[in-house]
Design a binder for this molecule. Structure first.
Ligand code: CP3
Length: 342
């Protein structure tokens, strides 16, 4: 493979600027994506390898990012555990949620063949992408995925019927997390064999519960996943949104890179995670709803950090929002690529 800035930085090489990519870069912020959405549903695009490959690569030309992320969703894992899922306009919703079944472990049925379309999409992306653009594969974090499986859908980012289980039935939670992690490992193995070149674990709801409880119930799964990924020489990025002070338990022994949310200043995050791990983040996507001057002002914080700290990948604190003007995303990308980072 030709030189890739993104992979070089992940490998600890000092580069002249940070690599840049965005969570949710292949989505509704792109006019080209919205045009496809007139013809196909999200599920159709995700499940057709040719379409999924096409959508994955849209932001490379449309925005100018340095890496592609697989166009899929974290909720394919519960689907592969036998749960029926609908993507409605309001967001994904399971037909039957685990909170409503008597015996969740019996209710779940392994159907790994439901992941085959993802492996086919990855092979298609590898065939069609430019060589120097690396492909990031991903999987949902155990807590975030369980939130949806138990509650069935997100109630404004809340999962009120699920969280009490974490206090009242840890044995059940441990068994389900282990079952899910087995499927994730199978899934990641398939992604690696199909050709992904880096891996990100999206733990969007890490901030939902006390840090100690997160470490007790979910970190063993996170560690197992990253151990598997790194043993296969693939770099692993962890995104634990809202983990806060819990970052003090994350270092290069767990993963290669840590994606920081917008709440935590990058300089503070660096103190918590130590000097060796790569930091990714943490531009607030809502700043992209401002004008160019507002965007440039917010960008200064990242620029200052990146001038002093070369173990840095530019990204957002969370995903792009659908109502952001793509011109602002292009402007931000240009700022990253054309600023003097020395
Ligand atoms: O980042 C990327 O561009 C890659 C593709 C990707 C999607 N979902 C596509 C998608 C990734 C990495 C995800 C991860 C994901 N999915 C997470 C974790 C990260 C995060 O954003 O918090 C979660 C919690 C989900 C579950 C999910 N999928 C929700 C809550 C929704 C609806 C809300 C929303 O953001 O649209 C989805 C649908 C979804 N997943 C869309 C896309 C492009 C929108 C589909 C559409 O166009 O209608």
């Amino acid at each position: 493979m030709k030189n890739s800035l993104f992979l070089d930085i992940l490998s600890g090489k000092e580069c002249s600027r940070p690599a840049v990519w965005y969570m949710r870069q292949a989505g509704r912020v792109l006019p080209s994506y919205n045009a496809l959405k007139e013809k196909y549903t999200f599920k159709q695009m995700m499940e057709d390898p040719k379409l999924a490959a096409k959508v994955t690569l849209l932001p490379i030309n449309d925005i100018g990012v340095d890496a592609a992320i697989l166009f899929s969703d974290i909720l394919v894992i519960p689907e592969a555990l036998g749960m029926d899922l609908d993507f409605e306009n309001k967001g994904p919703r399971f037909k039957t949620a685990l909170k409503d079944v008597a015996n969740p472990m019996q209710f779940l049925k392994d159907q790994p063949e439901k992941l085959d379309h993802v492996f086919a999409a990855i092979q298609e992306i590898i065939k069609t992408k430019e060589e120097h653009i690396p492909l990031i594969g991903f999987c949902g974090g155990p807590l975030t995925t369980l939130c949806y499986m138990f509650q069935g859908f997100s109630q404004n980012q809340n999962f009120p019927d699920f969280v009490p289980y974490l206090f009242k039935d840890k044995k059940l939670i441990n068994s389900i997390v282990e079952r899910m992690t087995d499927m994730c490992i199978y899934y990641i193995d398939g992604q690696i064999k199909a050709g992904i070149q880096a891996f990100q674990l999206f733990e969007t709801h890490a901030g939902l519960i006390p840090v100690d409880l997160y470490n007790e119930l979910f970190m063993p799964s996170v560690k197992r996943i990253f151990k598997f990924v790194r043993e296969r020489s693939i770099k692993g990025i962890f995104l634990p949104k809202g983990l806060g002070i819990g970052l003090n338990k994350i270092n290069q022994d767990v993963c290669d890179a840590i994606s920081i949310d917008w709440q935590t200043p990058l300089t503070e995050a660096r103190k918590l995670v130590g000097n060796d791990i790569i930091i990714q983040g943490n531009f607030d996507p809502r700043a992209l709803l401002a004008d160019k001057k507002g965007i440039e002002e917010e960008f200064q914080k990242c620029l200052e950090f990146g001038r002093n700290d070369k173990k840095y990948i530019f990204n957002l604190g969370h995903g792009l929002l659908p109502n952001i003007d793509v011109e602002n995303v292009k402007h931000l990308t240009k700022l990253v690529k054309e600023s003097d980072w020395s």
